[in-house]
Design a protein around this ligand. Structure first.
Ligand code: ADP
Ligand code: MG
Length: 362
């Protein structure tokens, strides 16, 4: 049975970066404003993520790494929770089947932090033979998750990994994208033992500031900002003047909340003077980093009219759709998603982008 669990876990956690993605999601779900990651050996030896979020109640620690038990969908009746996609309660369970997992956590009302270690889905005693309960320890409010020796018991997965530097590059890539999408949150990533960080964003930044910081001036100098939605009368497909505050957190419209076909999109994109070799696409659907070859192709086609042959754009696109329209049959950790009216929505977004690119944003 443990072998089956391991194989299943390996389907969800492919490599250090995919574990990290899940852990970042959890930290953001817990309303953290700071996410600090420490990595050893490309994340294969150590992947540690420290946040300052809500923390986990001590009473929840015993079932934390059991599959499906923590599923946010069972604890939150509010459908909007589905928007996080983190609704299957599988990430920590999966990690515990293929790595040594330690959780240190403190809620605001706790007087001390609690430490718990997991193996194969269950809480293990800190010292064999002793109590199964989590151990009290020192710590700040928030949660630190420590993943050690990833795939130590899954040789096939282990052998499919690349070099530490390549795995580390993937970790930085995931963090960079989440940092852009959550510009108000401070992200820091460094190698264990190193005093300097390889990625660092201050909290409270705007989207543009983070893009400038992480992708450089060449992308940021001519950044175009486009918003559009299922309700075009309220749209302002507008071009950024460079001082735009990130408008990502605008409250959803009351009447749109009840419409399963309602959607809204916001994009920050390079202009005609920016030529990348390959398209850089940061695609978030309901705050989840996903892949969509279809969206990518459509965006590239939209740009082909303003870019010379062989040149590619930079695009950060955040799409919010009603969680009921997302294809939930697609596994939540599969990065490729599908949703209702996909074709129509993509077309509308590309039209808005086309308009902004050709300068006629009003
Ligand atoms: P899911 O996110 O699908 O519920 P996970 O296995 O990713 O499943 O996480 C299990 C549960 O552990 C979450 O539902 C959440 O309650 C809790 N949790 C995990 N990470 C954190 C964190 N960093 N801060 C607060 N709670 C967390
Ligand atoms: Mg999760």
């Amino acid at each position: 049975e443990s072998l089956i669990n391991r194989i299943a876990a390996g389907e969800i956690i492919h490599r250090p970066a995919s574990a990290l993605k899940e852990l970042i999601e959890n930290s953001l779900d817990a309303c953290s404003t700071s996410v600090r990651v420490t990595v050893k050996d490309g994340g294969m030896k150590l992947l540690q993520i420290q946040d300052n979020g809500s923390g986990i109640r001590k009473s929840d620690l015993s079932i934390l790494a059991e599959r499906f038990t923590t599923s946010k969908i069972s604890t939150f009746s509010d459908l909007s929770q589905l928007a996080t996609y983190g609704f299957r309660g599988e990430a920590l369970a999966s990690i515990s089947h293929v790595a040594h997992l330690t959780v240190m956590t403190k809620t605001k009302s706790d007087t001390c932090a609690w430490k718990a270690c997991y193996e194969d889905g269950t809480l293990i005693p800190a010292k064999a033979g002793l109590t199964q309960d989590p151990k009290p320890c020192a710590g700040n409010d928030g949660t630190t998750i420590i993943v050690e020796d990833l795939f130590y018991n899954t040789p096939t997965r282990l052998s499919s990994l690349r070099s530490s530097s390549e795995e580390y590059a993937r970790i930085l890539d995931v963090m960079t994208k989440y940092a852009v999408h959550n510009s108000a949150v401070s992200f820091v990533c460094k190698k264990a033992g190193s005093t300097s960080s390889d990625l660092s964003t201050p909290s409270g930044s705007t989207t543009e500031q983070v893009i400038r910081l992480l992708y450089g001036h060449s992308v940021a100098k001519e950044l175009i900002h486009v918003t559009t939605s299922s309700n075009p009368s309220k749209d302002e497909g507008r071009q950024s003047d460079g001082n735009d505050e990130g408008a990502m957190d605008v409250d959803e419209d009351q009447d749109e909340q009840d419409d399963p076909e309602a959607w809204s999109a916001e994009a920050y994109m390079s202009g005609a003077s920016y030529h990348a070799k390959k398209t850089v696409l940061l695609l978030f659907i309901n705050n989840r980093l996903v892949d969509s070859p279809r969206i990518k192709r459509s965006l590239e086609a939209t740009y082909s009219s303003i870019l010379p042959k062989g040149a590619s754009p930079y695009i950060y696109l955040s799409l919010r759709i009603d969680p009921r329209s997302v294809d939930v049959n697609v596994h939540p950790t599969k990065r490729e998603v599908h949703f209702l009216n996909e074709e129509k929505i993509i077309e509308r977004i590309c039209d808005a982008i086309q308009e902004a690119l050709s300068g006629g944003s009003r």
